[in-house]
Design a protein. Structure first.
Length: 314
């Protein structure tokens, strides 16, 4: 369950649903859970463990079963079902709601909807949509780009060069998701999606130039609405007193909403081509996910060579 719900009206518009009966609070009803149910057992009178916060979808099976019931029994069943104050009931496959359903919906002020699509399609599509819409969210300062299919979250102090690096990556054919503010939502136990706030979507700020519209300057292929966050890159000023990882043997992670995301630290100074480094980081991270680690291979090769020369372990 998520504290921030999704308006039923928005779902109706998104899935092009037809309103057979609208409750008096139709514009205010919010969906708070991602699950969707087909109320086969409740229609038979079994209401134990009934989830009243879920959308209820009626398909051919449920509709055919209702035809076997008497008028009095249908009134009784819908009267009890709607007494749980469900957010709405959807009739799939353009099934006509039975009169008893509409009658009890009016009594309990419950919205009744219809759609043309198959029941399985409606249920799976709604679950996917609600899972994403209700996912826990946080916002972080940074830049999110997609490089060779890898979502790179660039983080660092203001003015370090994140946006400038993103602009160079755009010239190289990669894509921008968010600049300055990145909205991160957790869609599964190990997957994070990043997107941009609607107000600043497709815009990027470069100091000395100002704000530019990426879609109009670089083309529609240079932007993307959202992407998975595969690697966090901390960009820091170069310091001669700091010791940096030369081999990349130590796996580093950043905890974001309980998800351990691979992370690396890149020191920058004048003369370093940050865009090229980011491209290499994306390709290297992709190789690691596919099971190949160049740092480990290089270390093993050095160890074998040292053992052959001295008989000792390096």
């Amino acid at each position: 369950m998520n504290a921030n719900g999704v308006l039923l009206k928005k779902v109706v518009e998104e899935f092009n649903l037809t309103v057979a009966y609208a409750s008096t609070d139709y514009d205010k009803v919010q969906l708070m859970v991602e699950e969707v149910s087909r109320p086969g057992l409740p229609l038979s009178g079994f209401f134990s463990h009934f989830e009243r916060l879920r959308l209820q979808v009626i398909g051919h099976v449920e509709a055919d079963y209702l035809q076997t019931l008497t008028h009095e029994r249908k009134v009784q069943i819908f009267d009890k079902l709607f007494s749980y104050k469900i957010p709405a009931m959807i009739f799939a496959r353009n099934i006509e709601p039975v009169s008893e359903c509409i009658e009890m919906a009016q009594k309990h002020d419950i919205t009744i909807l219809r759609c043309m699509e198959s029941t399985s399609y409606v249920v799976s599509s709604l679950i996917t949509y609600l899972k994403n819409a209700l996912a826990p969210r946080i916002s972080r300062h940074g830049v999110l780009v997609e490089v060779y299919g890898e979502g790179l979250l660039l983080m660092g102090e203001s003015g370090i060069g994140k946006s400038e690096a993103a602009a160079e990556l755009l010239k190289r054919g990669h894509r921008l998701i968010a600049d300055d503010a990145v909205e991160i939502h957790k869609i599964s136990n190990n997957t994070l999606m990043g997107s941009s706030p609607k107000l600043i979507r497709n815009y990027i700020e470069i100091r000395g130039i100002g704000v530019i519209n990426v879609a109009k300057l670089f083309g529609m292929a240079a932007i993307k609405k959202e992407t998975t966050i595969d690697l966090v890159i901390n960009i820091v000023p170069w310091s001669s007193e700091q010791i940096y990882d030369r081999l990349g043997l130590e796996d580093q992670y950043m905890d974001l909403m309980g998800v351990k995301v691979p992370a690396i630290t890149i020191p920058v100074k004048p003369g370093r081509n940050l865009a090229v480094i980011l491209e290499v980081a994306a390709m290297n991270n992709r190789q690691k996910k596919m099971g190949y680690n160049a740092a480990q291979e290089f270390t093993e090769q050095i160890n074998r060579h040292y053992e052959e020369q001295t008989g000792k372990s390096f």
